[in-house]
Design a protein around this ligand. Structure first.
Ligand SMILES: [Zn+2]
Length: 263
């Protein structure tokens, strides 16, 4: 089996029951050890990682993103598909919708977003992120959705805030003015590190709630949990279909972006 795919499950996605022969593989990385759950899904060898830990106890800013992405590369994944539980500030993206992320705006604090910071022995990389999410994977997600009778919306600009708190009305208003559609806490720096590692990366957002001030009611973690569990089965089907559609071998521009990044 030569196709190797990474799957990163966000909030609400702590297992993927479709994976056969599930076992744990540990990877040592320069940033710490990572345990990946490895098995077989839709004809591919997959490595599954739950971003916040199995008990949802890792805060967004504490996730060892560099180690996670490094481990995915060590596993041999060429493509990584992630999920992102999001709030929506755009009524076109409604609660329960699946949405492919297209762009991001970043509002996080002090998160390491390069593999080798403060290391003058490594070249300084100026990587292109004009389109930060892999279009090849995106096309596979769309095809998988069509064949499963699911709808996946596109074109969303994701705003990444520090979390884990939810945002204020004013923050959401500001992000909306800036062109934001969805808000979440974890897709940055995962998306940028994946490209630095030479991996194709795409993220499927699940709208779990409307963002602060969009509806005149407070946001609760409980509503996010309910929506995620209601959409879990469909999301699982979408991920499985996507893995089946992903091209085996071949190439993609994402994997060479870092090669062209040295001045
Ligand atoms: Zn790609």
């Amino acid at each position: 089996m030569s196709k190797r795919v990474g799957i990163i499950g966000g909030t609400g996605i702590y297992t993927l029951p479709g994976i056969q022969g599930l076992h744990e593989e540990r990877y040592q990385t320069p940033f710490g050890d990572v345990a990946l759950r490895v098995g077989e899904l839709a004809g591919a060898s997959v490595a599954f990682l739950t971003r916040h830990g199995e008990h949802h106890n890792l805060a967004p800013g504490d996730i060892n993103v560099r180690a996670n992405i490094w481990a995915m590369r060590e596993f041999g994944a060429e493509q990584v598909v992630a999920t992102a539980c999001c709030g929506s500030m755009n009524p076109d993206y409604a609660v329960g919708d699946f949405v492919l992320l297209d762009q991001f705006l970043e509002f996080t604090k002090n998160r390491p977003a390069r593999f080798f910071e403060n290391d003058p022995t490594k070249p300084l990389l100026h990587i292109d992120y004009t389109d930060p999410y892999c279009r090849t994977i995106g096309a596979c997600v769309k095809r998988a959705a069509e064949s499963a009778g699911l709808q996946v919306k596109e074109g969303a600009t994701y705003c990444c805030t520090q979390g884990p708190r939810f945002e204020t009305r004013a923050e959401i208003r500001m992000m909306r003015i800036l062109g934001g559609d969805l808000v979440g806490h974890t897709n940055y720096p995962e998306v940028v590190l994946a490209r630095e590692a030479g991996l194709c990366y795409a993220a499927i957002a699940i709208v779990s709630n409307m963002a602060a001030g969009i509806l005149d009611q407070p946001i609760t973690a409980e509503e996010c949990k309910t929506v995620m569990s209601q959409r879990f089965e469909a999301l699982q089907k979408l991920l499985e279909g996507t893995v089946a559609m992903l091209p085996e071998g071949g190439d993609c521009a994402c994997r060479h972006a870092a090669d062209k990044a040295i001045l």
